[in-house]
Design a protein. Structure first.
Length: 293
């Protein structure tokens, strides 16, 4: 059986944490013969009742299918789980969170053992798996041949986006998006800290905040265009000089509200540094130059 009949393709899944279990259930519900293994065997029992075959060892699980998916704790867990397993002829899909360098090293490691390798970055949380309208997806990078052959099966739990032959690209874009999210959460935290002690209904404030962030998000397009062209002054609505001047009000308001500015100050300091270097007519894109080491 191959991915020419994707709803019946057998596969193996190593790792049954919250995400692994969610993945397993969607494949089982879609009719895929599924072999599972987990270091803590008790976590597999519920899936056995749903039709999964439980392997006693990771090596036995790998032997059961040509398509092997890993969703483990970290890269060291992948190393341990696959020790002694015969990977010859396997398509190895690693959904374990890791760095780009780890993905590239693991791809070379898999190739030496006769396997095609895909690394994946899951842009979803477990409740989004198996829910097409959730908007979740997985970045995949590595063997294009493996992705093309296995796309039907990989796309069952959530969307599948191939981002390149470089095995590190999925992890890199995963971390890039998560880093942007972290910055957004910092801004959300600061915004709520400013207003929470006032007579402002936070439940009414939240949609206003979301609306503003959505309106600002397309700035990513102009940032990409400026980085591509090298012209950081093109189509600038608010230049760096204006923004640095405005930062004074942001900092002062935080002081008046008794709120620490520590979530904003590092970025503001970089903006001021870029301005001192004579780039007041640019957008904030030039700050990216200061992040290079």
């Amino acid at each position: 059986m191959t991915d020419s009949t994707p709803h019946r393709t057998p596969l193996t899944l190593l790792g049954l944490g919250a995400m692994g279990t969610a993945l397993a259930r969607t494949w089982l519900a879609a009719g895929h013969p599924l072999t599972v293994w987990n270091r803590t065997a008790a976590r597999a029992e519920a899936l056995a009742a749903e039709g999964a075959r439980i392997a006693p060892t990771a090596a036995r699980a790998v032997a059961a299918s040509d398509l092997v998916v890993l969703c483990l704790l970290d890269d060291a867990s992948v190393e341990d789980a696959l020790a002694g397993a015969d990977l010859t002829g396997k398509d190895l899909v690693n959904l374990t969170t890791g760095t780009p360098a780890q993905a590239r090293a693991r791809a070379a490691w898999a190739q030496e053992r006769g396997a095609r390798f895909l690394d994946g970055g899951i842009m979803a949380v477990p409740p989004m798996i198996g829910v097409p309208e959730s908007g979740g997806y997985v970045f995949y990078s590595g063997s294009r041949a493996a992705f093309d052959a296995r796309h039907g099966t990989l796309a069952v739990p959530t969307g599948a986006r191939y981002v390149g032959e470089d095995a590190g690209f999925a992890a890199l874009q995963d971390v890039a998006l998560l880093s942007a999210m972290t910055g957004m959460f910092a801004g959300l935290s600061h915004a709520f800290a400013l207003v929470r002690d006032e007579d402002i209904d936070l439940l009414e404030f939240a949609p206003v905040l979301v609306e503003w962030l959505v309106a600002m998000a397309p700035a990513a397009h102009s940032t990409a265009e400026q980085l591509t062209s090298g012209d950081y002054t093109a189509d600038v609505a608010s230049n760096l000089a204006m923004m640095v001047s405005g930062n004074t009000t942001l900092v002062r308001t935080a002081e008046e509200q008794g709120v620490s500015g520590e979530l904003l100050l590092p970025f503001m300091d970089l903006m001021a540094r870029r301005l001192r270097d004579g780039h007041g007519d640019e957008s904030a894109t030039g700050v990216i130059e200061l992040l290079r080491r």
